[in-house]
Design a protein around this ligand. Structure first.
Ligand code: PEP
Length: 251
């Protein structure tokens, strides 16, 4: 029997304010709050104010933030501003790393600043297809974790959630098999124990999660939830994934 699941939806650059509000209202009608179930959606910045606090059982996260508190950084949003609008923040999503050239150093700065402002970060890590094919998945993930977590005080570690998102599985329709995901999740769990012994840190799987594959993925021992992209944009699909988590919680 599982005690807790975090089901998260990354909307990327989709949904207007009105669409975001409508979605959150509609999703809330589809499931009952349950002990151990946590549901978060990550709308674009423009929809944060309109969705934050709209439905008590749906938390709202930001998809990104800058690592400075304030200053001459045109177009950026700081954790100080997000504090009032979001319950948590994604850090180091592969689209930020690849399209916007975010380095491991940037990710480390963002993670530490998010913690400083009491904004629990969801840290994304994952390998490319060539790295997987070359057998480099585990060293890559370990390196990303070590660099991102450098200088993070032990007491803060449990405020962090890690999302394992193999880049070859994001938006491709090709998910990691439950066994592949479990292997990496187990490794991440062990690595986190080395970095912060005794800490309990949630590890989400992300990469083409859909209602059809979510039950088996969520059943894996070291998978504590999912970070869903495409399928989180449709109420019926996202709520079907939530229902699968509820089934496992009630099993
Ligand atoms: C994501 O954007 O984090 C993601 C996992 O996307 P998708 O579910 O569409 O692969």
């Amino acid at each position: 029997m599982r005690k807790e699941y975090l089901i998260a939806g990354n909307w990327k650059m989709f949904k207007t304010i009105a669409e975001s509000r409508e979605f959150v209202r509609a999703l809330a009608k589809e499931f009952s709050a349950a002990p151990g179930l946590e549901v978060v959606v990550f709308p674009p910045y423009t929809s944060l104010a309109a969705t934050h606090g709209l439905e008590a059982k749906i938390k709202i996260g930001a998809q990104n933030m800058f690592f400075e508190e304030k200053g001459a950084f045109t177009g950026e949003i700081s954790p100080l501003m997000l504090q009032e609008l979001a319950d948590c923040v994604l850090v180091g999503h592969s689209e930020r790393r690849e399209i916007f050239a975010e380095s491991d150093e940037d990710v480390n700065k963002k993670l530490k600043t998010a913690l400083k402002f009491n904004l629990p970060p969801v840290l994304c890590v994952g390998e490319t297809l060539p790295e997987r094919e070359a057998g480099k998945t585990l060293p890559k993930v370990r390196q990303q974790l070590e660099m991102a977590l450098q200088g993070v005080a032990g007491a803060n570690m449990e405020k962090i959630t890690v999302a394992y998102e193999p880049i070859w599985a994001i938006g491709t329709g090709r998910n990691a098999t439950p066994a592949q995901a479990q292997e990496v999740h187990h490794f991440i769990g062990q690595t986190l124990q080395e970095i912060a012994p005794g800490s309990r840190i949630k590890i989400l799987y992300g990469g083409s999660v859909k209602p059809e594959n979510s039950l088996e993925l969520l059943s894996q021992e070291d998978i504590s939830g999912v970070l869903v992209g495409g399928a989180s944009l449709k109420v019926d699909q996202f709520s079907a994934i939530i229902q699968n988590a509820l089934k496992l919680l009630n099993a």
